[in-house]
Design a protein around this ligand. Structure first.
Ligand code: NAD
Length: 360
């Protein structure tokens, strides 16, 4: 029998999602909708991606029940209600989400109440399509939870659909994905299967992102990034997240900071904070980045990508730092290094000014 301290003593839960991957894989949409048994799909998108939604609707032909192009960040309850009503009104038997985490999140809000199957076509690297995690915001607060009903049944990853994602957005979205894998590698419930995916996900994104930023039309680089995003989303779903995600949730939820940019700025700092508590994970993260240390490797990648590096540059006011530190240290949760308010306040100060990350 392995000893309790052995890495080969773990729990792994597999989730059945059918993944269709490859440039041009959207051409399989009709087949995939058929396999789901759906006859009336409601196509969801943001207003900005209404054109992509219309293209999908054309491909679906008679199997399209309508388009709801009103997805916005953080799934406001009013939007969720309107989408649910629209799904019921048109007699939808499937929610088809084409877009990033905001659109997938709207599909999840529908599935949560109706149990409609979701077919997701991700166009960012957020990874929501691989998770049972949903979030709905009401009265300024975002409530999140896990429910198997919101996990998409089928995901079509077509790198061609990501060609239009602007380089700056691609960069921060990719760092958002890497953050899932960083925390999966040191999660309290880490396991060797998810760790394989997490490490490979970081490697694929670290390989692809600089090429995407240099040449946004490079389809091979786009495929690397989307492949990495899939693995990182699976890592997010398969483990419990810690300090990094807690900080980003607090900053996003309470101070309305942009999601992927916040992940980008915080990630090197949260990684450095946790470094001494989880050396083996740090070695794997550094190896995947091809860097001497994990936190430095993340920062170097971000500098190469030209992402924001300071909270002051993405909309946070300095006056908010005390409250943010208080909120982030309020409820205890598993983390490789103890969460101490003063140390978190210092982390936030460094992140606010864009200073070098420090170990706790
Ligand atoms: P997003 O979905 O809000 O998209 C950002 C903008 O980019 C939107 O205007 C969108 O229309 C546009 N866009 C997306 N793909 C494009 C493309 N290929 N070409 C041109 N424009 C494109 O951003 P996001 O970062 O993907 O998602 C963020 C949201 O997802 C947050 O609310 C976050 O909490 C949630 N999220 C949830 C999970 C989960 O597991 N539940 C995981 C990650 C993120």
């Amino acid at each position: 029998m392995p000893s309790p301290a052995s890495p080969l003593d773990f729990v792994y839960t597999g989730h059945a999602v059918r993944v269709v991957f490859g440039a041009g894989s959207l051409d399989h949409l009709e087949r995939e909708i058929g396999l789901l048994g759906a006859r009336r799909a409601l196509v969801l998108s943001t207003p900005e991606q209404a054109g992509q939604a219309e293209d999908i609707a054309r491909r679906l032909g008679a199997r399209c029940a309508g388009i709801f192009a009103r997805a916005v960040m953080h799934v406001p309850i009013e939007t969720a209600r309107a989408a649910r009503e629209e799904a019921a009104r048109v007699g939808a038997d499937c929610a088809l989400a084409v877009g990033g985490g905001s659109t997938t999140g709207l599909g999840k809000a529908i599935a949560l109440e109706s149990a409609l199957p979701i077919l997701a076509i991700p166009t960012t690297y957020a990874g929501s399509e691989m998770t049972t995690i949903y979030g709905i915001s009401e009265g300024g607060a975002k409530k999140t939870g896990r429910d198997a009903r919101v996990l998409p049944r089928t995901v079509i990853y077509d790198p061609k659909l990501t060609l239009s994602l602007p380089p700056a957005l691609s960069a921060v979205s990719g760092m958002n994905a890497i953050a899932h894998s960083v925390e999966a590698l040191y999660a309290v419930d880490a396991n060797p299967i998810i760790s394989l995916m997490a490490e490979e996900g970081i490697r694929a994104l670290a390989r692809g992102l600089p090429r995407v930023v240099a040449a946004p039309g490079d389809l091979d680089a786009r495929a690397d990034c989307l492949y990495g995003a899939w693995l990182c989303g699976t890592a997010l779903n398969g483990t419990s997240m810690a300090l990094h995600h807690k900080l980003c949730h607090t900053l996003g939820g309470s101070f309305n900071l942009p999601h992927a940019e916040t992940h980008t700025v915080i990630l090197p700092h949260a990684t450095a904070y946790n470094a001494r508590g989880t050396p083996a994970a740090m070695v794997r993260i550094a190896a995947a980045l091809g860097a001497p240390t994990a936190a430095q490797g993340l920062l170097d990648l971000e500098r190469r990508l030209g992402t924001p590096l300071a909270l002051k540059d993405i909309g946070l006011s300095e006056a908010a730092l005390d409250r943010a530190a208080e909120l982030a240290a309020a409820n205890p949760y598993a983390n490789p290094v103890p969460i101490e308010r003063a140390a978190i306040r210092r982390l936030l100060d460094n992140a606010y000014h864009g200073r070098a990350p420090e170990e706790a």
